[in-house]
Every structure is written in structure tokens, then in C-alpha cells.
Design a protein around this ligand. Structure first.
Ligand SMILES: [Zn+2]
Length: 291
């Protein structure tokens, strides 16, 4: 399986910006880490693709994008984070396997639910952060991100996110496409994108056919110019110190409660790695950071 990657491209003399990714291997990695059932895998895969594409245009290496979705459906909370070229994420319930009866498609909207929110936090230089939140529209993720871009960023966008899941343990294809109408766009640009939207096949099917993104974008926009191409992958950046720092933010009473145990065991939600922190170790760390 080839490495996951994304492309940033411009078309129509810069009035249209296109972000596209092939996230197949990345979502496969997420599926293995979390033992995701098909609908859980499709939901997390779609959010991971969108998060990767949003992070693609960040200017600085230390900026992060955090996405949280909760629509009150059986999957619970979906959380993803992008930092540099790396992605990580998890879902509340990894065992969702729901389909729509009429189309036999994975029922992501039913799993996610529609009475809830999509929240995006842009974290800059570990200090400043900018939070924006919209109500979920369909829970199908693509529609919800399109709504987010329109409301929060005032960018009219076409968003296509898709994951093709095998019933065994394979992700057959996963990808994302965001087409943005940039400032200065014309009536013709709007018509062009609307026409495209009507005829656009799911991005995951196009990727499954083995098309690379450059070819795919050229078919959508004959004058497309790829300005950047970069590899992306699933990676968790957790470590013991981060967990100890989090414990030290607890209230005094809660911390004392935690310190009653000889060893504290914590699990990272993003990669399932377990950390054992000894009481003395935490106290020593507390003294170290307070000095
Ligand atoms: Zn981790």
C-alpha cells in the first residue's frame, strides 16, 4: 500500500483552491490500532482526511488542528488531531457496523447522529488558540465540514470525504477532496464547481481505481497547478511526561486521591499505549517542574 499523501493545488488562475488526499494507508493504520468495525472506521477515516486537509495549509510547523465531533449517536465522540504531517484520532465506540438498508452503504450519519456539534480548535505556538463550532447538519462528516467552512471561515466549499471498507480488516480506499472558492471568484467559477459537484464520483472510488491525485485533479480542472505535495501518516506523540503534566493539573483533592495508589495506570486514547506512573515518580516530577 502506498504512503498516504496530500496535494494543494490552484485552478482558474488561483480563484479556486483544491486540497486533496489519499489517506488509505493512514486510515488502515487507525483501523488496526483501534480495531475499528466498518462504520466506525468510515467515520474516523472521513474526519482524519478532513483534518489532514485543514492542517495542510497551516503556515507554521508547531500549529495544530484539533477536531471534535459529537452528534449524540452511538459512536460517541470522534476526536482527531493534526500536527505537522502527522495525524491521530479515536472514536468513542469502535464497534459500530451500521448500514443504510436502501443503498447498503455504511451509515456514518446514523452512527454519528445529528444533534450535536463539530468543533475545530486551531492551536498556535502552544499558546494562542482559536475555537470555532457549528451544529452538525447530517452527521455524514463531509456536509458538516462544508457547513463549517461556509459559516466559520466564510469560504464556500465543496467537500467530498469517503472511505471504502472491506468486511475483513482492510481499508480498500480512503480520501478527501476540498474545493474552495477563493476571494475574487466569478459566477463562472461557481457554475463550474456546481456542475462538478453534480457529476463527481465518490473520492474513495476514484482512489480505489488506482488514480494518483495529480491525474485525478487534472481531470477535474484541466488548468490545475499542484503547488505542494506532502506525505502524511498516523503517529501519536504521547509520552509519559505529558501524562504526568496532565495529572498535575488536577485539583489538590483529586491529585491526593490519585496519589493514594502506588502505581497509576493511564492509557492513551489515540494509540492505546499504556503508561505506568509510580507515585514517587510523579512526586519527583512535581518537584522538578515546581522548581
Ligand atoms: Zn498515544
Amino acid at each position: 500500500m502506498r504512503n498516504s499523501y496530500l496535494c494543494i493545488a490552484l485552478a482558474h488562475e488561483g480563484r479556486i483552491r483544491i486540497l486533496a488526499c489519499d489517506s488509505t494507508s493512514l486510515v488502515q493504520e487507525a483501523r488496526l490500532i483501534h480495531d475499528l468495525y466498518p462504520t466506525s472506521a468510515a467515520a474516523l477515516g472521513r474526519v482524519l482526511s478532513a483534518t489532514a486537509l485543514m492542517a495542510a495549509t497551516l503556515k507554521n510547523e508547531d500549529e495544530k488542528i484539533l477536531v471534535t465531533i459529537n452528534g449524540g449517536g452511538p459512536i460517541g465522540t470522534i476526536m482527531t488531531e493534526a500536527y505537522g504531517p502527522y495525524l491521530k484520532g479515536f472514536v468513542g465506540d469502535n464497534t459500530i457496523y451500521l448500514k443504510y438498508n436502501d443503498s447498503n452503504k455504511l451509515a456514518v450519519g446514523l452512527a454519528v447522529g445529528t444533534s450535536g456539534y463539530l468543533k475545530v480548535v486551531r492551536n498556535m505556538h502552544l499558546k494562542e488558540s482559536f475555537t470555532s463550532q457549528v451544529a452538525l447538519q447530517t452527521g455524514e462528516i463531509g456536509d458538516d465540514f462544508a457547513y463549517y467552512f461556509a459559516i466559520s471561515e466564510q469560504i464556500p466549499s465543496l467537500v467530498s470525504l469517503g472511505v471504502l471498507v472491506d468486511t475483513n480488516t482492510q481499508i480498500k480506499a480512503s480520501g478527501g477532496l476540498i474545493i474552495e472558492l477563493m476571494p475574487g471568484h466569478t459566477e463562472e467559477d461557481i457554475c463550474y464547481v456546481e456542475k462538478l459537484q453534480k457529476n463527481l464520483r465518490p473520492i474513495s472510488s476514484l482512489i480505489e481505481e488506482g488514480k494518483d491525485l495529480q491525474t485525478l485533479l487534472k481531470e477535474l480542472f484541466p488548468d490545475v497547478k499542484i503547488i505542494e505535495r506532502k506525505d502524511i501518516s498516523y503517529r501519536c506523540d504521547c509520552n509519559k511526561k505529558r501524562f504526568m503534566s496532565a495529572l498535575l493539573t488536577l485539583s489538590k483533592d483529586d491529585l491526593n486521591e490519585v496519589l493514594k495508589d502506588e502505581t497509576i495506570e493511564l492509557k492513551c486514547e489515540f494509540c492505546n499505549k499504556k503508561y505506568q506512573i509510580k507515585r514517587e515518580e510523579l512526586i519527583a516530577y512535581q518537584n522538578e517542574v515546581e522548581d
